[in-house]
Design a protein around this ligand. Structure first.
Ligand code: COA
Length: 445
């Protein structure tokens, strides 16, 4: 299509945010990208429409997504709109936890969660839920008439390609134009809204001396030439800092972070030792700060792909020496990890932890590392525990290396009793006696 024809089609599809919101019907099943891909002007217009009420009543609209940014909490997921807009979260963050506290204090059911491995979210949304609409922030249009999902290829690129899906986008010049498998053609878009608000910035998680200690231990388990996946939280950032002296590292990750981008900028990562996508860093979603978004923008050495690709254990294993680094909340004496549930409530989600634990172990020379502080709640609770308080995010049969500030242990090749002994050796000293007693009572000696 000629440039003039593209511009004409673009103009025909352009509407204001209120008009875009008016196209969402009661009962809609909406897919919304992760974080930066959530379109603020459309969310705001939806919330305004719901609050205005009158003859234009809207109700039971369900949103399927992972990880909200604040704007969703201030608009569609405000407590007063709970009958109109229902969060169907695959991964809780601050927004769901805040809403949950209000619901709990009103003796109402918690924000519902969709238990699902991240790699399987596209299929879950498309085949099982049957989402009918995608709303997303995209980059400005390129010369071929494509928009990039930029920070948020995630499940959204797959949903966008589902036949019959209604696509409503917010075109924002601040959304980085990223290459890879994350482009939506203008012809597939139903309507578009223009907005130039800044990308959400997530402040770095506060780092402690314990994070730095664990970061240094993990950095010592990484060799030059390894291919990295880093999870979410303060610990992975501390690991990135510990890797400053490494060379020829690669990146194949679900989440691109400021820490990983910093490793590319400093030359620690050059992706030269990778077997697949050599020379390029691969991710599925990015969340962080403006320097990260600037790094992604129009960068030929970076690609974003759908999460069913980045997180497919068989794709992960195409690279040798994959090292995955993820955090957990609790590890039981057999090595099973609860990384998502705390104090009787859903805290986060399964995410891609198990995808990468499996993919890294399937990679030749690969290792998966799961880390946590030895204690929580100001030292009053041991995170190495006789029994998990929530669901198993990573089963004991998959857990490979566990790290706390007291060191690291490898669980593969160890019996149940040997695992308990190894894990107790990296528990906080104050809890080792109790844990040894629990292990003895469970016949683990
Ligand atoms: N009981 C009570 N409180 C606990 C606890 C427990 N068992 N475990 C942790 N806490 C507290 C901590 O003390 C901390 O409190 P503070 O903020 O007052 O210090 C708080 O809960 C958060 O724990 P922390 O370990 O700092 O969480 P984090 O922000 O580093 O996130 C995970 C860790 C595990 C929640 C996060 O990595 C996650 O959701 N992972 C699952 C998915 C995944 O790994 N995906 C792959 C990569 S995206």
């Amino acid at each position: 299509m000629s440039k003039a024809a593209l511009q004409q089609l673009y103009s025909q599809k352009r509407v204001c945010a209120d008009d875009a919101a008016a196209r969402i019907a009661s009962g809609a099943r909406i897919a919304m990208p992760i974080g930066c891909g959530q379109p603020p002007a459309i969310l705001n217009a939806l919330a305004n429409r719901a609050r205005a009420g009158g003859s234009d009543v809207i109700c039971d609209v369900r949103f399927y997504y992972l990880l909200c940014t604040g704007i969703a909490g201030q608009t569609i997921f405000d407590f007063d709109l709970r009958a109109q807009f229902v969060p169907m979260s695959y991964f809780h963050g601050g927004v769901e936890r805040a809403l949950d506290r209000v619901l709990q204090s009103s003796a109402m059911p918690a924000v519902d969660v969709m238990p699902c491995n991240f790699s399987q979210v596209p299929r879950s949304m498309i085949e099982h839920v049957g989402v009918d609409t995608l709303i997303a922030t995209v980059s400005t249009m390129d010369a071929d008439g494509n928009f990039s999902l930029g920070t948020s290829a995630d499940y959204s690129i797959r949903v966008a390609r589902k036949a019959g899906i209604r696509i409503v986008v917010e075109v924002n010049p601040n959304m980085p134009y990223v290459r890879g498998d994350c482009l939506i053609p203008l012809s597939d878009i139903d309507v578009l809204v223009e907005n130039d608000s800044a990308m959400p910035v997530v402040p770095p998680a506060p780092r402690t001396a314990t994070d730095d200690k664990i970061g240094a231990i993990i950095a010592g388990l990484v060799d030059d030439g390894d291919c990295l996946q880093m999870g979410i939280g303060a610990l992975p950032d501390a690991v990135c800092e510990g890797l400053a002296g490494h060379r020829r590292l690669g990146i194949h990750t679900e989440m691109m972070t400021p820490g990983l981008a910093g490793l590319v900028r400093s030359g620690v990562v050059d992706n030269s030792a990778k077997q697949t996508h050599a020379g390029r860093s691969i991710y599925s979603f990015a969340l962080g700060d403006q320097p990260l978004y600037d790094f992604l923008s129009d960068n030929p050495a970076v690609e974003a792909h759908g999460v069913d690709y980045t997180n497919d254990p068989a794709i992960i294993a195409r690279n040798d020496n994959v090292v995955s680094v993820n955090a957990t909340l609790q590890v039981d004496l057999g090595g099973a990890c609860n990384s998502e549930f705390m104090r009787g409530r859903q805290f986060s989600g399964t995410g891609g932890q198990l995808d990468f634990v499996r993919g890294a172990y399937a990679s030749r020379g690969g290792r998966s590392i799961i880390a946590c502080h030895s204690t929580a709640a100001k030292g009053s609770i041991s995170r190495i525990t006789a029994r998990l308080d929530g669901p198993t995010t990573t089963p004991r049969t998959d857990t490979h290396i566990v790290v706390t500030e007291y060191g690291w242990v490898e669980l593969k090749g160890k019996s149940a009793a040997q695992r308990a002994k190894a894990l107790i050796s990296i528990a906080h000293p104050d809890f080792r006696e109790d844990l040894s007693r629990a292990a003895h009572e469970a016949g683990l000696n």
